[in-house]
Design a protein around this ligand. Structure first.
Ligand SMILES: *[C@@H]1O[C@H](CO)[C@@H](O)[C@H](O)[C@H]1NC(C)=O
Ligand SMILES: *[C@@H]1O[C@H](CO)[C@@H](O)[C@H](O)[C@H]1NC(C)=O
Ligand SMILES: *[C@@H]1O[C@H](CO)[C@@H](O)[C@H](O)[C@H]1NC(C)=O
Ligand SMILES: *[C@@H]1O[C@H](CO)[C@@H](O)[C@H](O)[C@H]1NC(C)=O
Ligand SMILES: *[C@@H]1O[C@H](CO)[C@@H](O)[C@H](O)[C@H]1NC(C)=O
Ligand SMILES: *[C@@H]1O[C@H](CO)[C@@H](O)[C@H](O)[C@H]1NC(C)=O
Ligand SMILES: *[C@@H]1O[C@H](CO)[C@@H](O)[C@H](O)[C@H]1NC(C)=O
Ligand SMILES: *[C@@H]1O[C@H](CO)[C@@H](O)[C@H](O)[C@H]1NC(C)=O
Ligand SMILES: *[C@@H]1O[C@H](CO)[C@@H](O)[C@H](O)[C@H]1NC(C)=O
Ligand SMILES: CC(=O)N[C@H]1CO[C@H](CO)[C@@H](O)[C@@H]1O
Length: 365
């Protein structure tokens, strides 16, 4: 039922459309928050999803690694201050400022460029009506579908935020990959109201993408014996010392394919991060891991449910926020709200934000 990585050539498109409509029926029972809608742009920008998918297909065919980057961008956007596109703003702590500097690599520089390019294509077709946060949500869905995962409808109508989170707020909401399952469960429950099933399903995003040694060196130096020793030996080849900055795939068995292999790896003690492997150790999550390892259809269903839920965290709707003309910067202030802008800029300079000082610490999601 999954797409092959070449799924978007013309013959497959019909199949893709059929699959979307099937899934969208199964999705109609998913709750959506007031202000969002399954058909939000049907009149104002009916081709928005086709424009984005066509361009992303070209981008992924050239470089499939961009898919994992765009999926992570949506996670980072939603976990910090809600899905409001704040991660895209220049100066955001998990945003572009230190985006490509190992060992703190968190998000890919190109992800931000791609979102701005998509925004430009969409605006040329429809004017400034589609938010950057919706473009991020659609791009994450297309990344999953293109990699062979489930295709699904995304509720739309998010508005872009006017401010980004403080550095501390960002760090608090993006638990590091060294976190235990217990710490993740507590953080997601209290900060995002997400359940154990959501945690395990969303962690399945680690079926694609790669990571710096920095994010799992705690399992090699010293050796973590919950890791299969054959895998440990191979990882020591990639990361020979505690300060190595090489990269490796999160799911070494099917690194570019969105499937349930991630969970099979956990059952086989081949998870990469502490925050991955501990999902199989902790009794509150181990049965969920077992279920997804045994049944990919079940994983896909839960993943879609959790993505749709996460994708609506603290969204701005209606007349809140704005539709940015440039995803990296808030719109130039109109005379009316100049006073509040001055206040914000004043407090920002006090907290020492600005390009170059953002954190970019690595995160589980
Ligand atoms: C809205 O647009 C979507 C995507 O193009 C389409 O699947 C859906 O049928 C449309 N819905 C309505 C009510 O027009
Ligand atoms: C293809 O991907 C490579 C590697 O990311 C990049 O350097 C190059 O600019 C891309 N080419 C096009 C046409 O997008
Ligand atoms: C951010 O967190 C650090 C460490 O917990 C703390 O020392 C600092 O005061 C916090 N900064 C702000 C602005 O809250
Ligand atoms: C948290 O999630 C539960 C179950 O999904 C829901 O009933 C509840 O209203 C949510 N609480 C908040 C504060 O969003
Ligand atoms: C590796 O580096 C981490 C972080 O600096 C440190 O906590 C750990 O003790 C180091 N391990 C060894 C064996 O040097
Ligand atoms: C570790 O993985 C290797 C290779 O997949 C396998 O042959 C071996 O049996 C595993 N070891 C344990 C203790 O499960
Ligand atoms: C990077 O990995 C290669 C093997 O894949 C290894 O030979 C090299 O020493 C590593 N480099 C660093 C800086 O750890
Ligand atoms: C796998 O999960 C799906 C979706 O919940 C379910 O319909 C199906 O019966 C399950 N398959 C098996 C073999 O348990
Ligand atoms: C978008 O905003 C960023 C940050 O202010 C700026 O560097 C960039 O030049 C802007 N892009 C365009 C096309 O105006
Ligand atoms: C914000 C953050 O996590 N910075 C870290 C980047 O990496 C260096 C070197 O490992 C650490 O010292 C910083 O704390």
């Amino acid at each position: 039922m999954a797409f092959s990585p070449k799924a978007f050539h013309p013959l497959m498109l019909l199949f893709a459309l059929l699959l979307v409509s099937q899934l969208s029926n199964a999705q109609t029972n998913l709750p959506i928050v007031p202000g969002l809608s399954w058909t939000f742009y049907n009149t104002s920008c009916p081709r928005v999803e086709a424009i984005i998918r066509n361009r992303l297909t070209q981008i992924f065919q050239n470089d499939s690694a961009q898919a994992a980057g765009l999926l992570r961008l949506h996670f980072h956007d939603c976990f910090v201050q809600g899905c409001d596109g704040s991660v895209l703003l220049d100066g955001s702590a998990s945003g572009p400022s230190e985006k490509n500097a190992p060992p703190n690599l968190s998000l890919r520089a190109q992800s931000f460029t791609i979102i701005n390019e998509l925004r430009d294509l969409v605006q040329r077709n429809c004017g400034r009506v589609v938010s950057c946060s919706d473009i991020v949500a659609i791009s994450a869905r297309d990344s999953v579908a293109w990699s062979g995962g489930p295709d699904y409808r995304v509720p739309l109508g998010r508005r872009d935020g006017l401010t980004f989170a403080t550095r501390n707020e960002t760090i608090k909401n993006l638990p590091p990959p060294t976190s235990s399952a217990g710490a993740l469960l507590a953080a997601l429950a209290s900060n995002q109201n997400l359940s154990a099933t959501d945690l395990v399903a969303l962690s399945g995003g680690h079926t694609i993408g790669f990571s710096s040694c920095f994010s799992f060196r705690n399992r090699l130096f010293p050796q973590d014996f919950t890791m299969n020793l054959t895998l440990a030996a191979s990882l020591r080849g990639v990361c020979p010392t505690n300060t190595s900055t090489n990269f490796t795939f999160l799911d070494p068995r099917t690194p570019r394919r969105f499937d349930n292999q991630y969970y099979i790896n956990l059952v086989n003690r081949e998870g990469l991060f502490t925050s991955d492997q501990d999902l199989f150790t902790d009794v509150r999550t181990s049965n969920i891991v077992n279920g997804f390892a045994a049944n990919q259809t079940l994983f896909f269903e839960e993943f879609v449910r959790s993505m749709v839920k996460m994708g609506q965290l603290s969204v701005l709707t209606g007349s809140q926020g704005e539709i940015r003309g440039n995803c990296s910067a808030r719109n130039a202030p109109s005379a009316v709200d100049l006073a509040s802008v001055v206040r914000e800029y004043g407090s920002e300079s006090g907290s020492g934000s600005g390009s170059g000082s953002g954190s970019g610490s690595s995160a589980t999601f």
